[in-house]
Design a protein around this ligand. Sequence first.
Ligand SMILES: *Cc1c(COP(=O)(O)O)cnc(C)c1O
Length: 397
Amino acid sequence: MSFTPLNTLKSHLNVIDAQGLRRVRRSVESVCQPHLVVDGQPLLTFNSNDYLGLAAHPLVIEALKEGASLYGAGSGASHLISGHSQAHERLEELLGMMLSPHLPSVRVLSFSTGYMANLGVLSAMADVAKGDITFFSDALNHASLIDGIRLSRSSCEVYRHADVADLSQRLSSCQSTSKVVVTDGVFSMDGDIAPLQDLLRLCEQHGAWLLLDDAHGFGVLGDSGAGVLQHFNLRSEQLIYMGTLGKAAGVSGAFIAAHENFIEWMVQRSRPYIYTTASAPALAHALLASLRLIRADEGRRRRAHLQNLIQQLSTAPVPAGWTRMHSTTAIQPLVIGSNEQVLRASADLQAQGIWISAIRAPTVPVNTARLRITLSASHTTEDVDRLVRALSFESIS
Ligand SMILES: *Cc1c(COP(=O)(O)O)cnc(C)c1O
């Protein structure tokens, strides 16, 4: 007798294989930096969101160890029971200080991941509006924003990517009392920056909130690394800001920064905040060290070096038949097209000792499969030269 649910699963997995969409994991055997050992093979990688190379910084590693001796390995409880440590408190204060030029009466709430932070903030917004709310979501927003809107069980309009005119029309014809525009700051798979000045102006005209996910901007953009709000020099009470701490900050976690009243509402009502164990205090302790580096000259030097690498790569030739996305950030995608072609390109590069993952649907739209190259301040100009040389042998085949 066959057990049908398992057979069904097997045939679904076969379909995934037939479409070239099987995702596989590989185990890394070395410290998080561009030169990795993977399954015994040394590889130069361009996959990491550790944009400043802080995951391997000796001061951050030292602080993580110190944090573990000060607070133990785990937090033991949720933030509202007994898991909120002095390290979490200091981290929230420091983040609040970094964002205070942009967010009036700011207060910060830390989360264990960006995915959770987005679920938490979106459900709290829907909760405050008691259902009379519409979210306006950019077509290329990150999955965690899409899932957060779904979890909130609210109505949602998807506007064309970065299209201010389309958004304006939708806002004008919307009857909901509460309106929230939701956008990535830097789009994770394209690398372009949202037109935030225009989006914020629209939100102010329509009395809407602007929820900004700056996973790829915090730490990297802005003179002192405060992110995309600093980059554009924006300030508004209608802004709600989400930043992550596992990318440029090199550790783990995320946070929401907003007006203190909104944050207090989240503490009272946001289920993804309340019903989960607080992250290890040692991580918060390590993040304090990382944020100090981000704000200091060391951070400035690393951002300047990263900018040079972006310049170096984005002015190099593109393989015939491939398309470079217009991006000024560390995310420099090369769009190839079909799943089969991108997998072949990724395998070719790997044969030359270079690892760049193939990004396929549903992470990106069908037929825009791509190599998502990410640069880090821990790459050298020689590393980027090597990548450019390897790419020069590639083309659509
Ligand atoms: C990575 C990412 C997240 C999720 O953050 P995690 O801390 O990895 O859970 C959210 N939004 C965007 C745009 C991201 O790129």
